[in-house]
Write a protein that binds this ligand. Sequence first.
Ligand code: SF4
Length: 422
Amino acid sequence: MDGQLPRDIIEYQLIADQARLDLDIRRGGLELSLTLERETAEPLGIEVDAALFDRVRTCDNHCEFCFIHQLPKGMRKSLYTRDDDYRLSFLYGNFTTLTRFTESDLERVVTEGLSPLWVSIHATDPGVRARMLRNPRGAMSLRWLRALLDNGIEVHGQVVVCPGINDAAILDDTLAGVLDRFPEIASVACVPLGVSRFNSEAAMRPHTENEAAAVVDLVEAWQDTFLIALGRRLVYAADEYYLLAGRPFPALETYGEVAQHENGVGMAAAFEARYRGRSGAPAGGPGGFFQSVDGAPAAGYRAPRAGTVTVRPRRDAPVTVITGTYGERVLRPLLQGGVQVMAVENRFFGGNTAVAGLLTGADVTAALAGASPLRRYLLPDVCLSGGRFLDGVAVEDLPLPVEVIPADGAALRQALLVPAPS
Ligand code: SF4
């Protein structure tokens, strides 16, 4: 395109966005050059099927808490990709540790205005960070975070908190480090590590209720400090911490722009606000742990097709909302009028996996087995990619028909035919 070979969809869009474009096409022995002239708003007529045209930059870390290391064998190949690519950070909100970031990456990010980016901090102490990433480069790579902020790039950070490793005094030190070295950062989310039943790292374990409460207390104390020092709360504890600690969710207003909604921060408060018809509450995007993964089926991981159901429930049939065990605790207080919640236990991943986004077809199939065909079943779209669950099961393969709806309070209200408050 214009004599250049675009490396990714970002470059492609920049080049394609011209009124006059020279294209060199080589395909199956055909070589063709043509010039396109069009009105600027006219689409180019080319479809791209991947965000990156060269290779995804994979990570060179070996984090003990890495969820990808805790996946069972035999899932689709793309799920095992451990990317650490600033382009996927910009395009999909994937977090990057910056351990493979270079001077020329910085130049490109700044020149092309690739903002915001999403950076995994984990700890600001160089030694702790290097140990957590199991990579000596982890000690120094936050210098790139400083450089990004110096160049006006908006950055959101996260700390994956592992009990006994980087919580308590280390988390306190990390948030002090954020205030001291990175005060321009837009937000920092503290999220609990995920532990699946396939975890083989002895030191990795879920938080206890008391440890979760301690994280909430520490984060809320730091919010007060950030409010005084910077005029904004900056740091937030994931919704999961409030559920684990048995505490009510903070009011939506305290989450600022709810920038880390996709990371499970303020998601419950935003969901409730949208369900209740409050305008201005953020809906968030599709999100999910595997949001940049394609929807290719996994050979060998298709759950057996359960019997065919011919009865189609009527629109006014009673409703069951399918969700994970965390989702149940958010939904149950909201739903009335005979609407049931089906909390699907995540046996596939096991451990502390309880979010709706990691539900698999096998577990939903098991939960629906024997359920009434006369009810309507609503399934949140976050557990699907290209119409398939993470284990490759297609939504049509479930034993009962389900209606897939966006994981959003307003969409649920609409599906339940609950009138919006005037
Ligand atoms: S940086 Fe991310 S993908 Fe890489 S090992 Fe750590 S947790 Fe896994």
